[in-house]
Write a protein that binds this ligand. Structure first.
Ligand SMILES: NC(=O)c1ccc[n+]([C@@H]2O[C@H](COP(=O)([O-])OP(=O)(O)OC[C@H]3O[C@@H](n4cnc5c(N)ncnc54)[C@H](O)[C@@H]3O)[C@@H](O)[C@H]2O)c1
Length: 387
């Protein structure tokens, strides 16, 4: 089946939303799976069609399309952008290409789902935000952790006041894959291709989670960073300089008086994907950790004094966000489901005209914090977050 030149194809009585995905490795697999699963588990007003994989090598792109369930593959992005049968461009490539691909897609009036961090610089992010607004298309940024059921529940609890006023955020995103100095350099260790190391990669998620959960806006930040391994094998018998951080910590002041601490590292042995955020308010606290992603630890001063303590809520009962669409109570979900939920909410928002978050305005907000923290390392001082 080909969608080429069928711009308003419908399956049954459902309009089709045809997706072209640029990049087909780690995130390509996660996104591809989400496009395939969304209609199977959720009743959606549109049918998502994984239509085209766009790669740089035809043979590899075809193999990926076959494996990931897309209809076809190409290396010709321009032709895809000119095809009225394609509605969404998914940017699942390294950071240095987000701006160019997204800007071209927006110019072609396609909806865009872009991987994080949105761009290499705040200036680029603002251009993307402005063009998306001008073209009146819908955009999303793949901060998928917002859509873990436990995180969505945490956001609901904070919004209804369960924690009282939020005072402190402590967030860490810890990995260990660069602990070993013999791990080769890659686009993730080169400033030209990634912008920054653990900071833009992992702190970006923590910054987004903070904003999504608390509604707090960053006011000023003060950071420090370290590159423990400054030269790595280049994978071709030589060596490559590492010019981004292995570890990056920063302090944050929020508008309104709350404070936060952030740590992202790729050199914490034993920590594989420890994305953990704890939020303390005047009336209670909560803590979420990706490695136990269906659980939410909650403490409330409202509990009977002699029964107080952190309790663990298993967030996969039918009453919890997204849960009823999967399995019976307590039958847990995983990492990949966060991407499915992202697609589900994007399709619903697209169809209804309701807002979708995170969008490129959120991307600009995250990028502003990333950039201010990088500047604060350079100046060894607190830097105001400006956007
Ligand atoms: N949301 C998340 O949790 C999450 C997790 C991992 C990565 N990411 C982000 O996703 C993006 C991709 O990361 P990844 O881990 O999938 O990387 P990857 O190296 O596994 O895959 C990158 C893909 O992009 C292709 N590619 C590279 N440059 C290209 C170009 N100019 N045009 C077309 N294709 C190109 C590569 O061939 C490959 O298929 C990054 O921005 C990264 O920060 C997000």
């Amino acid at each position: 089946m080909s969608l080429s030149s069928q711009s308003n194809v419908a399956v049954g009585d459902q309009p089709v939303l045809a997706v072209a995905m640029v990049g087909h490795a780690f995130m390509g697999r996660a996104h591809g799976n989400a496009y395939r699963q969304a209609n199977r588990f959720f009743d959606l007003p549109m049918r998502v069609v994984p239509a085209v994989v766009v790669g740089r090598d035809q043979v590899r792109a075809e193999a990926a399309a076959h494996k990931l369930g897309f209809l076809r593959a190409t290396t010709d992005l321009a032709a895809v952008l000119a095809d009225p049968a394609i509605h969404v461009i998914d940017v699942a490539t390294p950071n240095d290409s987000h701006h160019a691909i997204a800007m071209a897609a927006l110019a072609a009036k396609k909806h865009v789902l872009c991987e994080k961090p949105l761009a290499m610089t705040l200036a680029q992010a603002k251009e993307m935000q402005a063009l998306a607004k001008k073209q009146k298309v819908r955009v999303g940024l793949w901060h998928n952790y917002r859509r873990a059921p436990a995180v969505a529940l945490a956001a609901k609890m904070i919004a209804r006041g369960d924690l009282g006023d939020v005072r402190q955020v402590r967030a860490v995103y810890l990995q260990d894959w660069l602990s070993d100095a013999s791990v080769p350099a890659s686009w993730r260790t080169n400033k030209k291709t990634c912008g920054s190391g653990a900071h833009g990669d992992l702190n970006a998620h923590l910054i987004d989670l903070t904003r999504a959960l608390t509604g707090l806006e960053f006011d000023a930040v003060c950071g420090m960073q370290q590159t423990f391994t400054k030269v790595r094998p280049d994978g071709a018998g030589g060596t490559a300089k590492v010019d981004v951080d292995d570890a990056f910590c920063f302090l944050a002041k929020f508008k309104g008086g709350a404070i936060g601490t952030y740590e992202a590292t790729r050199t914490a042995p034993g920590r594989k994907n420890h994305n953990c955020i704890e939020i303390s308010g005047t009336a209670g606290s909560l803590r979420w950790n990706l490695e136990r992603m269906n659980e939410l630890e909650v403490f409330s001063f409202a509990d009977a004094k002699d029964g107080q303590g952190f309790r663990t809520v298993m967030c996969m009962d039918g009453v919890h966000p997204y849960a009823a669409n999967w399995w019976p109570d307590g039958h847990i979900v995983g990492y990949e489901h966060t991407f499915v939920h992202h697609v589900v909410d994007f399709v619903r928002a697209l169809h209804s005209g309701e807002p979708f978050a995170p969008d490129f305005t959120d991307g600009v907000a995250v990028q502003a914090v990333i950039e201010a923290a990088l500047q604060s390392v350079k100046s060894a001082s607190w830097v105001k977050v400006m956007r």
